[in-house]
Design a protein around this ligand. Structure first.
Ligand code: SF4
Length: 177
C-alpha cells in the first residue's frame, strides 16, 4: 500500500489489516522540503509503533525530489485537485505499483483516498490503468473516506495526537496555504 503520511494511514491500516498482511511503500518525493518528508515519515513510524503489528512492514525508497519537481513544474499554475495533482498521484502510484509488481505482491492500493483533498475518482482511474499494465499485482479499488472512514480517521487522530501537516505536500501546495 502506498502511504503518503501518518495521519492519512490511521483508519485505512486498521481496516485493511483485518484482511491483508500489509507492506507500506512510503514513496513521496514530492513532499517539500525534505525535512517535512522526514517529519511525516517519523509520524508514520510513530503510529506503526503504536499499532505494533509484526505483519505490517515499511519500505522507504530514497528521496528524489528532482524528478518530481521536473515533471510537476509543467503544472505549477494549476490549482490543487487539478492536472498537477493527477500527475502527482500517477507518479507516486506508478513508482509504488512497480515495486509491488517486482516483489510479487498480490494487491496494490493507495491510502490517499482518505483525504478530503484527494480525488478518489482520479486515484481509481489511475489504479485501473496500472492494473492493466502489470501482469501480477491487482489494483484494489478504494475510497477510504466512504462508510464513515473519514470520521473514524479524524476521531482516531484526535486521540492519538499525531503531527498533522497544514499543506498537502509539494512546494506549490505550501505556497497556496
Ligand atoms: S497538492 Fe498534493 S497531490 Fe497535488 S501536486 Fe501537490 S503534493 Fe501532489
Amino acid at each position: 500500500m502506498h502511504v503518503c503520511c501518518g495521519v492519512c494511514s490511521v483508519w485505512p491500516l486498521v481496516y485493511l489489516k483485518q484482511y491483508f498482511r500489509i507492506t507500506i511503500y512510503y514513496g513521496n518525493s514530492i513532499i517539500y522540503p525534505e525535512s517535512e518528508y522526514e517529519r511525516r515519515l517519523e509520524t508514520l513510524e510513530e503510529y506503526l509503533g503504536i499499532l505494533n503489528d509484526p505483519e505490517i512492514t515499511l519500505v522507504i525508497p530514497s528521496y528524489d525530489s528532482e524528478s518530481y519537481m521536473k515533471d510537476l513544474s509543467l503544472y505549477d499554475d494549476h490549482q490543487e485537485g487539478g492536472k498537477r495533482c493527477y500527475h502527482c498521484y500517477e507518479k507516486r502510484m506508478t513508482e509504488a505499483y512497480d515495486y509491488a509488481e517486482e516483489n510479487r505482491y498480490d494487491y496494490f492500493t493507495t491510502v490517499m483516498s482518505i483525504s478530503n483533498r484527494k480525488r478518489a475518482d482520479y486515484l481509481n482511474e489511475i489504479g485501473e490503468r496500472l492494473d492493466k499494465e502489470h501482469a501480477h499485482t491487482r489494483y484494489l479499488y478504494a475510497d477510504f473516506k466512504k462508510d464513515g472512514g473519514i470520521t473514524k480517521n479524524e476521531e482516531m487522530n484526535k486521540e492519538l495526537h499525531l503531527y498533522h501537516q497544514y499543506y498537502c505536500g509539494c512546494v506549490y501546495s505550501r505556497r497556496e496555504e
